[in-house]
Design a protein around this ligand. Sequence first.
Ligand SMILES: *Cc1c(COP(=O)(O)O)cnc(C)c1O
Length: 376
Amino acid sequence: MERKRIYLSSPTMHGKEQEFVKEAFDTNWVAPLGPNVNEFEKELAGYVGASHAAALASGTAAIHLALKLAGVKEGDIVFVPTLTFSATCNPVVYEKAIPVFIDSETDTWNMSPEALERAFEKYPHPKAVIAVHLYGTPAKLDEIMDICKRHDTVLIEDAAESLSSVYKGKQTGTFGKFGIYSFNGNKIITTSGGGMLVSEDGDMIQKARFLSTQARDPARHYQHSQIGYNYRMSNVIAGIGRGQLLSLEEHKRKKKEIYQRYQTAFSDIEEITMNPLHPDGDANCWLSCMTMAEGCKVKKDMVLDALEAENIECRPIWKPMHLQPVFEGCDFITLCQGGKSVAEDIFDRGVCLPSDIKNTDEDMERIIGIIRELYV
Ligand SMILES: *Cc1c(COP(=O)(O)O)cnc(C)c1O
C-alpha cells in the first residue's frame, strides 16, 4: 500500500481566505485592483512595520522592480549571495546587469559580511546588494547594513523565505531600502502565487505600482513614456493573502515546533547538526534543515533516498548559484583559499527536511525514525 505523502511545505488554508475571495466575487472585483489589494498592502505593511507596500504578482517581480527602482542598468554589478534560490538573481540578468556571487558564513548560512567587504575591494561601485534570509534565518544585518552604508550602496532584502522572522526586534524585510516577500505555494503563507514590495519611501512604492500596471501616464488615452510590466496582484489573490495573514503567527509557531522537534530528536546523534538560527533573531523556521558531519558514513543522498522511498518529500540544500550552468563565468567571492567554499560545503552535506505544518505527530515520528535508522 502506498504510504501517505508527506510534504516539504505545502499550502495550509483555514477558510477565512475563501470569505475574502467570495467578497471579491460578490462585488465583482475580479481584477488586478480592488479593495482586497489595497487592504492586503496595508495589513502586510502593518504586520511587518513598513510604511508602504505594493502587492505584486510574485516575489520575483518584486525583486525585479526593486532593482529597477534602485537604478540598476545594463552592465551594473549587483552583489548576491550564492546560497539562495535562483529567483534572487534572475531579475539582475533581466536588466542585463551582472551578478557577483558572495559566499556564505557558517553562523547563519547567509551572505558573509567579510566576503561582502572583499567584494567591495574588487568591485568598489556595485549598484545594489541583495541580502537573503535563507530558510527564514536572518542574515547578519547589522554588519551588512554597515558595509552598504559605508559604500553608499542600496540594500535590497529578499525576505521571500523569512516573512515573520525578526532580527533584533524588527521584522526582516524592513532593514533595506527595499524588502520583498513571496506568497508562492510553498512559503510560510501563500496566495498560490504573489509577492510584496515594501519600503519607507512612499514615492518609490507609488512608482512600483505605476511600473507594475503597464506604466500608464496620466492621460485620457493610453500614453506611455516608459516600458511597463504586468506585475500587479489580482484582487482575488489578495483575498487569499488577507485570510492567510490572519494565520501567519500560528504558522510561525508550528514551523518553530517542527524545528525544535527535529533538534530534540537528533540531539544524541553527534553527526547531525540542524541549520543555524540567528542568536539575535527569532527565525520563522520556514524549512528545517540538517547537515551531516564531514566524513560521516551517512551521506546526503542516503537521507534523500530513504525519505523518498517512503513517499516523503525532501530536497537538497539550494545548489549555490556560482555552480549553476546558467551563471557559469560569473565571479564568485569567497574567503576560502582552495578547497570548498562555505556554500558548497553546506550544499554537499545538507538536506531540507519535511517542514509542513500539517504534519501530525505520527508523520514526524515516521520521518525521524527513518533518519535515525540510518545512523544505527
Ligand atoms: C521563493 C523565493 C523567491 C521568489 O518568489 P516567487 O514569489 O516564487 O517569485 C525569491 N527568493 C527566494 C529566496 C525564494 O525562496
